[in-house]
Structures are given as C-alpha cells and as structure tokens.
Design a protein around this ligand. Structure first.
Ligand code: EPU
Length: 430
C-alpha cells in the first residue's frame, strides 16, 4: 500500500493531457456485452476501474485484449454467458451495476452483487429496478445480490422519479434489444450518457433524444461490434483546472470539451481566474487574489457534484465566505474534516459547507475517504505549506490516471512511498 506526498508551494505551468472519461468507460465496457462481435474502445483512461471491469468481462466468458499503453481495448463478446456475479470484483465499484442492464438485455437474466464504490451517503438503485421491471423483468434481492429474470423484454414508458445517470444508462442498456418502443422520461443528460448512446447506435441500436430529458428507443433484434472513441473526462479536466487555479501560473489543459465544463468555468471566472477556451484546450491563469463564490451542485448542465470537493479546497484561498451545497449527495462532505486538519476554516451546516478565506493551508497527514475527496486533498496539498501525506490512494487510482506523473510534469513536487506496516494499520483503523 502506498501513500502520496505533496510538497506545496511549487507553481504549476505547462500542459496536461486529459484521458478518456471514467464515467463513460465504466458503462461502455459492460455495453459491449450486448454486441455479437468484436467491440473496440479507444481512448480509455488508465485507471483501476477499467481493469476491474475488463476482468469481469473475462469472468463471464469474454475475451479481452488491452493494447500496449492500455488505451484501447478489444472485447470479444461471442462466448459470453449469463454467469452469475454475486460476489468478488463487482463489489469493488459502483458501476458494476451496468452488468445488470447489459446482461439482462443480452441474456434476459442476470445475477449481480449489490455494487460498492465510493460511500457518499445512501445510493439507492430503485430507479434502475423500476425500469427493469417496467421492461418485464422480475427483480429480487437475495442475500445481497440482485436477481433479474425475464421471459422476454418489452418496450415500456418509464418516468424516472429522480434524474439519475446510472438509471438512464442502465435502462438504455436493457431496452436496446427489447421488443418495441421504450420511452425514458425525466432522463439524465450528462455527456457520458450521450457517449454510451453513441456506442450503442454504432452497434446498430435505434436511440433518439439523448441529451434531452426524453429518450426514445426502438428495440432491434441484434447488435454488432464496432469501434468507438471515448469522450475526454470532464471531471479529470475540471480537477486540473481547479488545481491550476489553486497553484498555477499558466496551465493548458489539453483534450477537453470546454462546453462540458461550462458551469465550472463560469464559477472560476467569477472567482477571478482568467480562462481561454479553444476547441479542445483550456488555458487557466489565476489572478493574484481569488474571490469566494457559492456553489450548488445540480444535475448536468448544472455544477457537477464530482467537482464540489476539489473546489472546496480552492475556496480556502479565496477572499470571503463561500457556501457549497451538494443537492445530489448531501453527505458528500468527508473531505471537510481533512481540510480542517490542514487549517481550513470550514463549517458544516446541514448539507452545506461554509468556507471562509483566505487561509494558508498547512501540510498534514490526511486520508482520502473517496475518489473526489482524494482529488480535493491533492489540490489542498499543492497550496499548503510543507508536505501533505495522503493515504487511501486506491480511491484516487480508481479515477485519475497517472496523477503523480501528470502533476510532476506541471512542476509539482509529488511522489509516492510505500507505507510501513504501522502506517497501514493506522490507516485501516482511522
Ligand atoms: N438516485 C436514487 N435512486 C436511483 C438512482 C439514483 O434515488 O435509483 C439518487 C442518488 O442517490 C443521487 C441522485 O439520484 O442522489 C443521482 O444519482 P445518479 O444515479 O445520477 O448517480 P450514479 O449514476 O450512481 C454517477 C457517477 C458519479 C456521479 C453521479 C452524479 C458513475 C459510475 N458514477 O453516479 O460519479 O457523482 O453520477 O453525477 O457514473 C465519481 O465519479 O466520483 C462519482 C461518484
């Protein structure tokens, strides 16, 4: 087990290249189950979630080859079977729930352990299940695994009570081969949903309306293989934009779709950060003194919950008081205690964090409790006096490819060290 050390105070400059979108990749890999021939996914991020999902595809009989450099994957679904996956790797990440929709869509049955992933407070999947049932599946929960069985899947009209990325994608996966027409109302509109629909369409699916809140799907008999290039990761790009605003002079973020980040860029500009947006690049140059802003997370195109935590760190160096309210995951506040340990002046009231600044953060020993909390601590470490030691890197490595190398290439002083047995036991008991 390793820890990350960040020595604060080094100015970031230069260019960083963003990888493929994690939250697309984790749906695109299971979506390949639905094809009858080879699916090639290009531009994948080099993160542990991709390796876990590739191993799960092999567990159900698929053959999977990662190209050297690991950025393209060839998936052969021909020999896949509806193997139950009640335990093991499915518990490692939340997105394993996409095996439910994909396997139900392909085999009319699936057994999938309840997903793990970051703990952000309760994360129900009732809307996914509501969708599967509407399509004709019988869904039961037996000893911590979800059993899905259908004689046949038939298109249906499904209104999502909560706008959900996962439920929208999962229902699309289950519906693309169902008989007749499916309409998903109050669907989520995130770019990752459009990416999954683009893959499914290249496989032969008939999907209309993605990117709006009504998605219409006409079921098809079969789906074929194809080649697909994944979109860039807007959350990774947003994290580097925040890091650049926190500790940068002039940082270019390359391989980004600026429109996917409009809510963040608007807030950074309000804070006094200069931003130039090109076709696939962003230039970030922070002003001398940043001003505080209030943030309320919302579904896309609102401010993303996944960037709320790194932005909290940035607010510690802004003048004034900023209120951050997460309306998607009200308990996504685990980073606050750690930022306080680093001298952050932050209060929690209900589901809001009230950040007063500017303060000088101090390096400390801190723990990443989830993926984006980890990103928040890295951003804090870049600004802090002295060295910040971050444990819980398994979370960070689930979503940020080559983060140590990317930050180093920008001029940060970041490295990893093996933890001693004593540190491991302290980490596990904290
Ligand atoms: N919800 C329900 N019932 C459901 C599904 C969701 O009540 O059946 C609620 C959730 O509790 C939450 C809200 O609806 O309050 C939105 O949840 P959503 O389903 O959209 O989230 P998700 O699909 O579980 C994905 C990303 C998250 C990201 C959220 C919101 C993946 C694998 N995960 O989660 O990403 O925070 O959308 O944008 O795509 C991350 O990358 O760090 C991460 C957690």
């Amino acid at each position: 087990m390793q820890k990350m050390l960040v020595e604060g105070g080094h100015v970031l400059n230069g260019k960083v290249r963003i990888g493929g979108a994690k939250n697309s990749a984790v749906a695109l890999l299971p979506a390949a189950i639905l094809a009858d021939s080879e699916v090639i996914l290009e531009g994948l991020p080099g993160i542990s979630d991709v390796h876990t999902l590739a191993a799960l595809l092999e567990e159900i009989g698929g053959s999977v080859e990662l190209e050297p450099g690991n950025h393209a994957i060839h998936i052969h679904p021909e020999k896949m079977i509806s193997m139950p996956l009640p335990n093991g790797k499915v518990k490692k990440l939340r997105a394993s729930y996409y095996f439910m929709g994909a396997m139900l869509g392909k085999f009319n049955q699936a057994v999938i352990g309840l997903p793990g992933g970051c703990y952000l407070g309760p994360r129900p999947i009732d809307q996914h299940i509501k969708g599967f049932e509407a399509l004709g599946a019988e869904v039961t929960n037996e000893q911590g695994a979800i059993y899905l069985r259908a004689k046949e899947l038939r298109g249906a009209r499904i209104y999502l009570d909560v706008v959900s990325v996962g439920a929208t994608i999962n229902i699309m996966l289950a519906a693309v081969k169902a008989k007749g027409k499916t309409v998903i109302e109050n669907a989520a509109k995130e770019p990752e949903i459009i990416d999954v629909a683009t893959l499914l369409t290249s496989m032969g699916a008939n999907i209309k309306g993605v990117g709006t809140d009504v998605i219409r799907i006409e079921g098809v008999e079969s789906l074929h293989g194809c080649r697909h290039t994944i979109i860039p990761d807007r959350i990774e790009a947003g994290t580097y934009a925040i890091a650049a605003a926190a500790a940068g002079e002039e940082v270019i973020i390359d391989n980004v779709i600026p429109q996917h980040l409009e809510s963040l860029l608007a807030k950074l500009r309000e804070m006094g950060v200069t931003i130039e947006a090109g076709d696939e690049q962003l230039l970030i140059a922070p002003g001398k003194q940043l001003r505080s802003v209030d943030i309320k997370t919302l579904v896309y195109p609102g401010f993303p919950t996944d960037l709320q935590q790194p932005l909290t760190s940035l607010l510690t160096r802004a003048a004034g008081t900023g209120v951050i309210t997460d309306t998607i995951y009200s308990a996504r506040l685990k980073h606050i205690d750690e930022l306080r340990r680093m001298n952050g002046n932050i209060k929690i009231e209900g589901s809001s964090a009230i950040v007063s600044g500017p303060v000088r953060l101090q390096g400390a020993r801190v723990k990443a409790s989830d993926l984006r909390a980890g990103a928040a601590l890295v951003v804090a470490g870049l600004m802090a006096d002295g060295i910040t030691e971050i444990t819980g890197l398994d979370h960070i490595d689930r979503g940020y490819e080559d983060i140590t190398d990317k930050l180093t290439s920008l001029g940060a002083n970041v490295w990893r060290e093996e933890m001693t047995p004593q540190e491991i036991s302290q980490h596990q008991n904290s």
